[in-house]
Design a binder for this molecule. Structure first.
Ligand SMILES: Cc1cc2nc3c(=O)[nH]c(=O)nc-3n(C[C@H](O)[C@H](O)[C@H](O)COP(=O)(O)O)c2cc1C
Length: 136
């Protein structure tokens, strides 16, 4: 069975709602899903999953500092174990999804899209494929 983990950070609950909606959708498709707050996910190994989903809001035009730090810490740990390769080659069968909520009505989507793509590329050792944004 395909295994997915959804890692999310949410301050006022919007991103959490989206995370659980993704969980419901994946489970309806027969995927085995774990859902964990980034603050409780330090020990997660991305390579245990076929799909890694990471979601957070746009805060002052960026991912929250806590999420950037969480991802950087993971990146450093994988680098130490030789899993970060030059050019970030895709790992067959491994996928990633970034989701972002925002509410900046004038440039929100334009802000959220670039950093969602950057977060996605930071996960590219596990073969990143998709991102999605949603407004609250
Ligand atoms: C302190 C703060 C800063 C925010 N900065 C932005 C921003 O720069 N751009 C934007 O589109 N939305 C911004 N928002 C709106 C949030 O991204 C939006 O409400 C999001 O859905 C909140 O997610 P959460 O409920 O999971 O915490 C900000 C919200 C807060 C509280």
């Amino acid at each position: 069975m395909t295994c997915a983990v959804i890692l999310y950070w949410s301050s006022t609950g919007n991103t959490k709602k989206v995370a659980y909606a993704i969980k419901d959708g994946l489970e309806a498709a027969g995927v085995n899903v774990s859902i964990i707050k980034t603050t409780e996910a330090e020990d997660i190994d991305y390579f245990d999953y076929d799909l890694v989903c990471v979601g957070c809001p746009s805060i002052q035009w960026h991912p929250p500092k806590q999420v950037t730090e969480f991802l950087l810490k993971k990146f450093d740990a994988y680098r130490k174990h030789g899993k970060i390769k030059t050019g970030a080659p895709k790992v067959p069968g491994k996928n990633a999804l970034i989701f972002c909520t925002y509410s900046g009505p004038h440039t929100g989507l334009n802000e959220a899209t670039p950093w969602a793509s950057i977060l996605l590329s930071s996960l590219s050792t596990s073969a990143s494929q998709y991102w999605m944004n949603g407004m609250f």
